[in-house]
Design a binder for this molecule. Structure first.
Ligand code: ADE
Ligand code: ZN
Length: 341
């Protein structure tokens, strides 16, 4: 199928991806290939039947399938192949900087060593830096359905690899697992020099966003859709320019929104929130960065200025140094001088 004018414009934008779970980039084709070489039986007998199961009513239904898929990852090579496939794909979409989440507990709980996981991911990121000219940061995420004690063990395991890890995240089942449960581990993580972010206000209430800010002291909120329920919170996010990493296709697939026309990104930009666009779990939600820009752009008739602002915000919200941020932002601005919408 021929791509539309809007798709072509989006393809050309230099982009930063800041909310991506590497396990969520596990495409069914690669999952079957790795399952076969590791002699692990999947619950589904074909790629088609697996894809049919990608029909979620909420976050938990997705997580159950996402964790099941990750079980076939055993060896360093598996983690390398997973990460490399993602990086090649986004490079083809003109993504030039990535900040990648990994969930060590999904693997260490099954007896896979922390170093096996991180070595594979790190080697692929380094290869992408050299061969694809993609810069990166790595974010280790705690699973919030597990205990504080488990998170402390994970922090401990990460210490020998501290120089490879830029930050800490908090993901998995949100409802019933408020940020307050992780206040001490976030404090300990920050003491190690890690930057901190957390998923909040995806399915959970606005109070979880306040807790992430006040108790976990996060510098970025992942999702944060629910902030619009609270004017005082919106004011705080705008005042402090705390970025929200939004994931439109994820929101649609997990029924955080009913239809793309309901996505809050345009309203957030109007209010001066530092909103950014990302893919979350692209293999499960039907699209990588281009598709996540395209869906709201089309449904909400985003203007050229709004698209440019989203791309600029992606770099502003990143953990790149000021000089690199400026370099990318000026490339975004020059690009938009060449296009009309
Ligand atoms: N882990 C992977 N994707 C997630 C999401 N959208 N929310 C919470 N945890 C996740
Ligand atoms: Zn996420």
């Amino acid at each position: 199928m021929e791509s539309s004018h809007l798709e072509n414009i989006i393809q050309g934008i230099p982009k930063a991806e800041l909310h991506l779970h590497i396990e969520g980039s596990f495409e069914p084709e690669l999952m079957f290939e790795i399952a076969k070489r590791n002699k692990i039986a999947l619950k589904y007998d074909s790629i088609e039947s697996l894809k049919k199961a990608y029909n979620f009513n909420n976050l938990q239904e997705f997580l159950d399938i996402y964790y099941a898929g990750a079980q076939v990852l055993i060896h360093e090579q598996d983690f390398f192949d997973l990460t490399w496939a993602y990086l090649k794909k986004v490079s083809s979409q003109n993504v030039v900087h990535v900040e990648v989440f990994f969930d060590p507990q999904t693997h260490t709980e099954r007896g896979i060593a922390f170093e096996v996981v991180i070595n594979g991911i790190y080697k692929a990121l380094e290869k992408a830096k050299k061969e694809l000219n993609i810069s990166y940061k790595l974010i280790m995420s705690y699973l919030r359905h597990l205990s504080e004690e488990e998170a402390f063990k994970t922090l401990e395991s990460s210490i020998p690899f501290k120089h490879w890890i830029d930050g800490i995240g908090l993901d998995s089942s949100e409802l019933g697992n408020p940020p307050s449960k992780f206040a001490r581990i976030f404090e300990a993580s920050a003491k190690q020099g890690y930057k901190v972010v957390a998923h909040a206000g995806e399915e959970g209430p606005v109070e979880y966003i306040w807790e992430a800010l006040d108790l976990l002291r996060v510098i970025r909120i992942d999702h944060g859709n629910r902030c619009l329920d609270d004017d005082k919170l919106v004011h705080r996010l705008v005042e402090e320019q705390i970025p929200l990493t939004l994931c439109p296709l994820s929101n649609l697939e997990l029924k955080v929104i009913e239809k793309m026309e309901d996505h809050p990104v345009a309203e957030m930009l109007d209010k001066g929130i530092l909103a950014t666009i990302h893919s979350d779990d692209p293999a499960y939600f039907g699209g990588y960065m281009n598709e996540n820009y395209y869906a709201p752009a089309k449904a909400l008739n985003l203007t050229k200025n709004q698209l440019m602002q989203l791309a600029i915000n992606g770099f502003k919200a990143s953990w790149l140094g000021d000089e690199d941020k400026e370099k990318h932002i000026s490339k975004v601005r020059s690009y938009f001088e060449t296009v009309s919408l």
